[in-house]
Design a protein around this ligand. Structure first.
Ligand code: G3H
Ligand code: ZN
Length: 288
C-alpha cells in the first residue's frame, strides 16, 4: 500500500538494514520495481526526479500511475512515492500531485541559511499533510538527470541543524557520486559518516549514488546509519543491456519486430531481477 517513508525508515534504522529507493522512468520501470519488492516482501521507495516526471508528462501523471499500479497489482508491501532531488517549487507540486514523500534538495542553494530556511518551512508543510521529507547537506558529486555537481563532504554541525528541524531522513555527502564511479574513486568517507551519525542520533541517513558501490562498503555504510539507498543508473544499465541484447540477437524478428511489449519485456525483467539483488544486498527482504 502507498504510505509515507517515515515508519519504514525508522524500522530500518532500528533493524540495521536499508530500504532501496529506486528511480522510475516509465510504467514498465515502476511495475518492475513493485514486482521485485512484492516478491521479496520488502518495503520499497519508488522515486521520481523532475526530469523523469517531465518525460512522463507531470508529477500528477506519475502519482496517479504509481497509485494505480499499487492498487491494481495488489501490492501488499509498504510503498512510498518520493520526489527525488526536488527544488523548493517541486515540493509544492508533488504534495499537490499526491506524492507520499518528498526530498527538498537545498544543497544547491546559494547559502546553507537558505537551505535551512526552506527546509524548516517545507518540513511544516509536508508534515501537515502526513508526508515524509528528506533534506540534503553537502553535495553529491557526479551527474544526475543532466545536472553535474561537485561532491562535498557534509558538515556534521550543519547536518544536526537540519536534523533539528524535524526532517524524517537526511541525505549527506560522504564521498558518494551520482552515475558511474571513476576508476580512481577513493571510496566512501566512513569517518565523515560516523561523525554525522554522532551528530544526528537516530535520524535515518540516505546514501545517494548507489550505483556501483562495492557491497562491503554498502554493508559498512548500513552498519553506520544509512537506511535509504538511492539507485538509478544501475537499473538503466541493465534495462539498456537487455534490450540491446534482444535486438542484437535478432530476436526482434531480425530487425522487423515492432511489438513494444516484446521489445521492452527483457528490459522490464532485467529491472526486476536487479532490483531483487539490491533488495537482498540492502537487507530489507521480508521486512514488508
Ligand atoms: O537520486 C538518485 C540517486 O542518487 C541515483 O544515483 O544513478 O548513481 O544510482 P545513481
Ligand atoms: Zn541522488
Amino acid at each position: 500500500m502507498l504510505v509515507n517513508a517515515t515508519a519504514m525508515l525508522k524500522a530500518a534504522e532500528k533493524g540495521h538494514y536499508a530500504v532501496g529507493a529506486f528511480n522510475t522512468n516509465n510504467l514498465e520501470w515502476a511495475s518492475a520495481i513493485l514486482d521485485a519488492a512484492e516478491e521479496l516482501q520488502s518495503p520499497v521507495i519508488i522515486q521520481c526526479s523532475a526530469g523523469a516526471a517531465k518525460w512522463q508528462t507531470s508529477y500528477k501523471v506519475v502519482a496517479d500511475l504509481v497509485k494505480g499500479l499499487v492498487e491494481d497489482k495488489g501490492i501488499t508491501v509498504p510503498v512510498a512515492l518520493h520526489l527525488d532531488h526536488g527544488t523548493y517549487e517541486d515540493v509544492f507540486k508533488c504534495i499537490e500531485a499526491g506524492f507520499t514523500s518528498v526530498m527538498y534538495d537545498g544543497s544547491h542553494e546559494a547559502s546553507f541559511d537558505i537551505n535551512l530556511e526552506h527546509t524548516a518551512e517545507l518540513v511544516k508543510l509536508a508534515h501537515s499533510k502526513g508526508i515524509s521529507i528528506e533534506a540534503e547537506v553537502g553535495g553529491i558529486g557526479g551527474t544526475e538527470d543532466g545536472i553535474t555537481a561537485k561532491g562535498e563532504l557534509a558538515d556534521p554541525a550543519q547536518c544536526k541543524a537540519i536534523a533539528d528541524l524535524g526532517v524524517d531522513f537526511l541525505a549527506c555527502g560522504i564521498g558518494n557520486i551520482h552515475g558511474i564511479y571513476p576508476e580512481n574513486w577513493e571510496g566512501l568517507s566512513f569517518d565523515q559518516l560516523k561523525a554525522i551519525k554522532e551528530a544526528v542520533g537516530d535520524l535515518p541517513l540516505v546514501l545517494h549514488g548507489g550505483t556501483g558501490i562495492p557491497v562491503d562498503q554498502i554493508q559498512k555504510a548500513i552498519s553506520l546509519g544509512i537506511c535509504k539507498i538511492n539507485v538509478n543508473t544501475d537499473l538503466q544499465l541493465v534495462f539498456a543491456e537487455a534490450i540491446r541484447k534482444y535486438i542484437e540477437a535478432g530476436k526482434d524478428l531480425d530487425g522487423k519486430g515492432y511489438d513494444p511489449r516484446k521489445l521492452l519485456k527483457g528490459g522490464r525483467e532485467a529491472i526486476t531481477a536487479r532490483t531483487k539483488e539490491l533488495i537482498e544486498e540492502f537487507g530489507s527482504t521480508g521486512k514488508g
